[in-house]
Each structure stands twice: as structure tokens, then as C-alpha cells.
Design a binder for this molecule. Structure first.
Ligand code: 4UV
Length: 582
């Protein structure tokens, strides 16, 4: 018997499957809230730049017209001919740009702003992106990657981070988003792409192509449909509604919206869906920050009286370890602090609560492949160490290594998820699709590669507690690091004959990569120390900062492998854990 959401949770409303995300955001929402939005959807936390919902709607419309003209595209053509890369720090234009791409029936492939040119090139090539939107800070990286993917410089556009920031680092006068909006405002109206959709097209058509390594191997394009995003937005909204309605009633408000923090990268599913789409749909105001700067974060919470924080565990650890700095700011507006993407330790949650006894310290669990949230704690049902109750429309199973289904409490098994938000699959990767998405008698499940138990919370509800990670993935500060990617790179170093990379615990980052290396015979470095330094440098030069081998390098004689040649990473991880326990 699969586990299902608790009975207090309202049922999931019908999920529309023949409209685009963009239509859903505006039309559904206006239907629900005839008074319109109570807050501006996105505000620049540094510059104060903002658009109200009505202006934003027009802006997206103009941008969509401008994009059609710019590329000579029609809304009716296949979405795979209209893949656009978005490689930028967070800005107020980030998500609206993706909605304009959806309005013309295209796909936005959002790339981690921390990527270097090699990493960006991989995603742009793999996704078949025809153009890239970037910000000035990342222009050089973008141009280097674009060149290698045959994307001409004319197809590299600038997202303004600040009004009037126009200097160009390569001397070429790149068009800005503003230029396209202005040009679009003078063009005739276009029919939004979904006007020609048939029933079910919203479930079939890809809207976002985000990258995840899944359970094994290199990063893969995760095909996220319009329906996936709409479903998870409605699922989260419905899961939270009872507590919000209570709050509104208690405070005699007509409805209740949040001023939320938009700091998490919008290129990652957490910042994209939970941090942006759900807030915009609900009528919240999202205060956008381009990157993590601790003092700027505290100042912004104070200035904008933010009440909902979306953070990852390392940021919370930073807060709990900086009590004196934190005290200098007035954070009394905050009602809830939400965390996810990696486990939040019980001690850290306790520490945070002791600093801010009135905060609801909440945790959610999600994946790119489930188009984000699977479960989360709500203010009335918080249990530290747990990732909370299933959101409506979710059904999960726990399956043992032997393939037996677990039906009781507190017994660990791999978590399998069924939900309208489970994505279409990986782009051109049948093998990974077969391994990850399985058809069972009661429908299609996604195998998460995470080990979990179901336990009863003190309030008596079924909660999911993530107990371990079975898959290879390493999570550094919430970012994905694929061991296979680092291993492939290490093998290009002349001193490395074979290697295996695993994640090891880190106080500040959650986990960091550690490499076990079999030295090449007769390697030219004079000593082990020099060889280690050279290998570490090889990674630093070619991979982004969070992928560095901060867990260290250790030499071994042989990499343990199965008879079929598969690296036994789990064995290395268990050995390492054993060593740390001693
Ligand atoms: O694919 P991904 O990078 O996706 C994420 C998504 C995290 C989110 C999103 C919305 C939320 O509201 C939220 O709370 C969390 O990280 O990586 C997926 C893997 O990250 C680990 C787990 O191994 C997933 O398979 N992970 C994510 N959340 C948690 C976690 C968690 N709360 N506890 C432990 N591991």
C-alpha cells in the first residue's frame, strides 16, 4: 500500500493540462483573486526596481512579441526549435523572461550562474540552445561558451541587473532584454502558443530544461512540462492553504500573502518553483537578490520586512554561527524560515529556534525530477529532522534493495514517488529514463535514489524522514556535484590511472567531494604531496568553485569495481564513514 498525504490536507484541484505556465500564472490567478495582486511579484532587493503585476503582464507580452520577431519564430512551431539558455544571477526579469519564452512556445534551459565556460558549454550544446540571455557579470563566460557551441555573439543578450548598466565587456553592442521589450511593444499582438494546444499538450510539452545528474552519471537535461510546474505550484499552494486561511482569519485579513526572499538561484528547481512560481501565483512579493552576501541578506530582510525566508542548510548554519552579527539587524518581520535541497540537522534547527523562538523553522524535500517539492513541514506540524508530510497529489512507496515494498513505519527503503509533477524524463537518455522512471500496476513512479522512512510526527501525522542517499550524487551547499563528472575529468590528468569520487560530510557545506586516486606508473611529480597539489589544481582550473576536492585526495591501490566494471562508490563511502567514526 503506497503512503498518501494526511487527511487534513485538502485534495489537489484538477491540474490544467492544456495551458502554458504563463497563462496559468495570469489567468487562473486573476480568476481566483478578482482584486488583483496585493504585492508586486518581483522586486530588486538592491535597486528597488519593481513592476506591478499589470505592468509585468504587458512586459511579458511585449517581450514575447519581440522574441518572435528577433528569431523569426512562430508560436506554433515545435518547442525544441526554440530552446533559449538563461545564464544569469537572479534578477527581477529572470522568471518573467522564461514566461515570455513559454508564451511563444519555447523552452528555457536555466544554467547555474556559478558554472564556468566549460560547464555552460556542456549544457548549451546538450540542450541545443539557439541563444543565451546573461547578465554583464557573466558575459565573458557566456561568450566563451557560446563561441564553442556556434551560438553567434548576436544571439547573446543582456539581462539588465541595474537600470542604465550598459557597458559591454567585448566591445560588441549586445542587445538587451529592454531592447527586445521596446521593439516588441511596437509589434502587432501574437496569439499565445497555447491557444492552439489540444487537451494534454500541457502535459507533453517541455517548458524548462534543468540539469541534474539523477541517480548516476553526468548531468542530464530534465524535461519539465508545463503541467509539471502547474501541478507542483497547485500542490504546494493547497498544502499550505489551511494554515494560511487560519492566519488570515485570525488577523481578519481578506487573504494572506508573504513578502518572500528570492535569494536562492532561480536556475535551480528550488529557487525557480518554490521561490518564484509559487510566490507569484499566490500573490506574494518576491524580493530578489543576485547572490549570497550575508550582511546584504540581513539588511534586505530588515529593509523589506521579509516574512518568509527560503534558504539552504549552509546559510542557516552561517546564521547560527554569527549570532553577534545577526543581532545588529531587526529580523522581527520573519515568520517562517524554509529550508531544503540538503538535510537540515536537528541541532542546527534547534539553534536557529533558540535565536528566533517565534520563527516556524520548516523543511522540505524535493528533486529536479519531481519538479520540486515532495513533502514539507507546515507551521502546525513541525518536527525537526523530518521533511514533513506529503503534499496533495503525491503518492510514495518505500522499496527495499531486494525489491520488497515496505508497508510499516520506521523501516528504511528507497523512496519512489508518483505525482503529476514527476517530469517527462531525461533528454535523449533512454538508459537513465528506464532506470529512473518505472511503470507499476498503479502508475508511473520516479525512483529518487534517496533512502527514507515513514514515521508518525508528535502531532500524529505521517512524515517522511530522509535517512540516507543511495545514489551517487554529492550535494555541496545545495548544489549538485556528479561524481562521474569529476572522475572523468580526473582521468585526464596524466598522474591519474583510475579514481573514484565520493561526498564526505562538511560542517559548512553539508558535503564536499573527496577523490581516491590510483597513481599512474612513473608519474612525473616528485612526491605524493606535489601530485595531490597538481590534481587539485587540475580540478580548480576546469571546474567551478563548489566542485573543488575540498574533502581531499587519497591514494589507493585499486578502485573497487563490480564484475561488470561499475565503480562501487558505496563501498568507499561506507569505509570512509567507518574511518570517521573511529
Ligand atoms: O535535484 P536536486 O538538486 O533538487 C533539490 C530540490 C530541493 C528542494 C526543492 C524545493 C523545496 O521546497 C525543498 O524543500 C527542497 O535539491 O537534488 C535532489 C536531491 O537533493 C537531496 C536529495 O538527495 C534529493 O534527491 N535533498 C533535497 N532536499 C533534501 C535532500 C532534504 N530536505 N533532506 C535531505 N536531502
Amino acid at each position: 500500500m503506497p503512503f498518501v498525504p494526511p487527511s487534513w490536507c485538502p485534495p489537489l484541484p484538477q491540474v490544467p493540462d492544456s495551458i502554458s505556465i504563463e497563462s496559468f500564472m495570469w489567468e487562473e490567478r486573476y480568476g481566483r483573486h478578482p482584486l488583483g495582486y496585493s504585492q508586486d511579484p518581483f522586486t530588486d532587493g538592491l535597486m528597488g526596481r519593481t513592476y506591478n503585476a499589470f505592468d509585468l503582464k504587458d512586459r511579458i507580452d511585449h517581450l514575447a512579441r519581440g522574441l518572435c520577431k528577433e528569431f523569426d519564430w512562430t508560436p506554433e512551431s515545435s518547442e525544441w526549435e526554440k530552446v533559449i539558455g538563461v545564464f544569469s544571477l537572479n534578477t527581477v526579469d529572470y522568471v518573467p523572461l522564461t514566461w515570455a519564452i513559454h508564451r511563444i512556445g519555447g523552452i528555457a534551459t536555466c544554467a547555474n550562474a556559478a558554472y564556468n565556460a566549460h560547464e555552460l558549454e556542456y549544457q548549451l550544446k546538450d540542450s541545443g540552445a539557439k541563444a543565451v540571455f546573461t547578465c554583464l557579470a557573466l558575459l565573458d563566460t557566456t561568450l566563451e561558451a557560446a563561441r564553442k557551441c556556434n551560438i553567434p555573439k548576436e544571439r547573446v543578450y543582456i539581462l539588465p541587473m541595474a537600470p542604465n548598466a550598459t557597458q559591454k565587456s567585448d566591445g560588441y553592442d549586445h542587445k538587451t532584454l529592454e531592447d527586445i521589450v521596446t521593439a516588441g511593444s511596437k509589434l502587432p499582438k501574437i496569439q499565445p502558443s497555447d491557444r492552439s494546444w489540444k487537451v494534454g499538450d500541457g502535459a507533453r510539452r517541455c517548458a524548462y530544461l534543468c540539469y541534474s545528474s539523477g541517480t548516476s552519471g553526468l548531468p542530464k537535461g530534465v524535461m519539465i512540462s508545463h503541467k509539471n510546474v502547474i501541478a507542483n505550484t497547485l500542490q504546494i499552494f493547497t498544502h499550505e492553504s489551511p494554515t494560511r486561511e487560519d492566519y488570515a482569519k485570525r488577523n481578519m485579513l481578506q487573504s494572506y500573502t508573504e513578502t518572500a526572499l528570492g535569494l536562492l538561484p532561480m536556475s535551480h528547481i528550488y529557487g525557480l518553483i518554490v521561490g518564484s512560481h509559487v510566490g507569484a501565483f499566490r500573490g506574494d512579493g518576491v524580493i530578489v537578490l543576485p547572490k549570497y552576501d550575508f550582511k546584504v541578506l540581513l539588511q534586505t530582510i530588515q529593509d523589506y520586512k521579509i516574512n518568509m525566508l527560503f534558504l539552504v542548510p549552509p546559510m542557516i548554519i552561517h546564521m547560527t554561527k554569527s549570532k553577534e552579527t545577526v543581532k545588529q539587524y531587526d529580523l522581527s518581520s520573519v515568520r517562517a524560515c524554509f529550508t531544503g535541497a540538503a538535510p537540515l540537522g536537528k541541532e542546527t534547527a534547534d539553534d536557529l529556534l533558540s535565536m528566533f523562538p517565534s520563527w516556524a523553522v520548516r523543511q522540505g524535500y524535493g528533486l529536479t525530477e519531481t519538479c520540486t517539492v515532495v513533502c514539507s513541514t507546515v507551521p502546525e506540524d513541525i518536527w525537526f529532522g523530518s521533511s514533513g508530510s506529503l503534499i496533495p497529489g503525491m503518492k510514495v512507496r518505500l522499496v527495499t534493495v531486494e525489491g520488497n515494498e515496505i508497508t510499516g513505519y520506521n523501516q528504511p527503503g528507497e523512496l519512489w514517488v508518483q505525482s503529476p509533477s514527476v517530469v517527462l524524463g531525461y533528454l535523449h537518455n533512454d538508459k537513465a529514463n528506464k532506470e529512473t522512471f518505472v511503470d507499476e500496476a498503479d502508475g508511473r513512479y520516479m525512483r529518487t535514489g534517496d533512502e527514507a522512512i515513514i514515521a508518525k510526527s508528535p502531532q500524529g501525522h505521517e512524515h517522511i524522514i530522509i535517512t540516507d542517499r543511495i545514489k551517487e550524487l554529492i550535494k555541496v551547499k545545495g548544489h549538485q556535484v556528479a561524481p562521474a563528472e569529476l572522475e572523468a575529468h580526473l582521468l585526464t590528468h596524466p598522474g591519474v590511472n583510475d579514481c573514484v569520487v565520493i561526498g564526505v560530510p562538511s560542517d559548512r557545506e553539508g558535503e564536499v567531494p573527496k577523490a581516491f586516486v590510483v597513481k599512474a606508473p612513473g608519474s612525473i611529480e616528485e612526491s605524493d604531496a606535489l601530485l595531490k597539489r597538481s590534481i587539485a589544481k587540475h580540478v580548480e582550473q576546469h571546474k567551478t568553485d563548489y566542485k573543488r576536492l575540498r574533502g581531499g585526495i587519497e591514494f589507493i591501490d585499486v578502485v573497487p569495481k563490480s564484475p561488470s566494471g561499475k565503480i562501487l562508490r558505496r563501498l568507499m563511502r561506507d569505509k570512509e564513514r567507518e574511518k570517521m567514526r573511529k
